[in-house]
Design a binder for this molecule. Structure first.
Ligand SMILES: CC(C)(COP(=O)(O)OP(=O)(O)OC[C@H]1O[C@@H](n2cnc3c(N)ncnc32)[C@H](O)[C@@H]1OP(=O)(O)O)[C@@H](O)C(=O)NCCC(=O)NCCS
Length: 195
């Protein structure tokens, strides 16, 4: 059983570990944790969202903004908690900078149920800019596949901008039969869990 650590510490495990969480190492050698979103995470999610660059916001939300407004952040946090209530899943990747002695959210992945096709879910991933390219998005995506299997989902779907190479490269690595369908600047990616 994992111990629960409220704060980071240099003396022991420095990431809060709860049952169901996974401790990993990024390509750059930084330890990160993947765990479900908790009720008490809303402030951390707000910090995470407020730090995303214009490029990351464009790739994730398809909007051209330098940053998210406070009201947009509040609405997004509310939406994320609703995803869980609607029987989807939200996972966070967390990192503990020993200098700051505080857990931070550095990545967020979700599967949200389609409202009409109940066994299909939309996948969305976001990794904080200063942690991109270290394998965290791939780790979140693979963990979301496990969540989707547990929920008996049959199909995963994601929309990505055509130029979004990292997202396009993650999809084939899910280990599932998949397809890409180009629709102007957007690529619709499908993957089947129970072919
Ligand atoms: C897409 C995103 C979640 C990927 O997360 P990540 O942690 O950066 O991705 P990973 O490090 O796991 O890399 C995934 C793949 O992309 C490749 N990659 C990473 N950065 C890249 C870049 N700048 N150009 C080309 N390929 C890149 C990696 O090499 C890896 O492929 P490989 O395993 O074949 O080598 C992240 O970049 C992000 O948050 N982007 C903005 C939001 C977004 O685009 N969301 C997706 C739409 S919902």
């Amino acid at each position: 059983m994992f111990g629960l650590f409220e704060q980071c510490s240099n003396d022991g495990p420095f990431l809060p570990q709860t049952p169901g969480s996974l401790l990993r190492q990024s390509r750059a050698g930084r330890a990160f944790n993947i765990r479900p979103l908790k009720q008490s995470d809303s402030a951390l999610v707000g910090e995470f969202l407020s730090q995303l660059s214009a490029n990351t916001l464009l790739n994730r939300f398809f909007v051209g903004r330098n940053s998210l407004s406070e009201s947009a952040i509040t609405a997004e946090i509310k939406r994320l908690y609703q995803v869980g209530k609607d029987k989807g899943s939200v996972l966070v990747a967390t990192y503990c900078d020993p200098a700051k002695e505080k857990e931070e959210i550095i990545g967020l992945g979700e599967i949200s149920r389609d409202r009409t096709l109940y066994l299909m879910a939309e996948v969305a991933l976001t990794v904080r800019d200063d942690f991109q390219g270290e394998g965290i998005g791939s780790a979140l995506a693979l963990q979301l596949v496990n969540e989707a299997r547990k929920k008996g989902l049959t199909t995963l779907r994601a929309e990505t901008l055509f130029h979004n190479q990292p997202m396009r490269r993650i999809w084939p690595k899910l280990g599932l039969p998949y397809s890409f369908q180009a629709n102007h600047d957007v690529t619709i990616m499908l993957a089947l869990l129970n072919p």
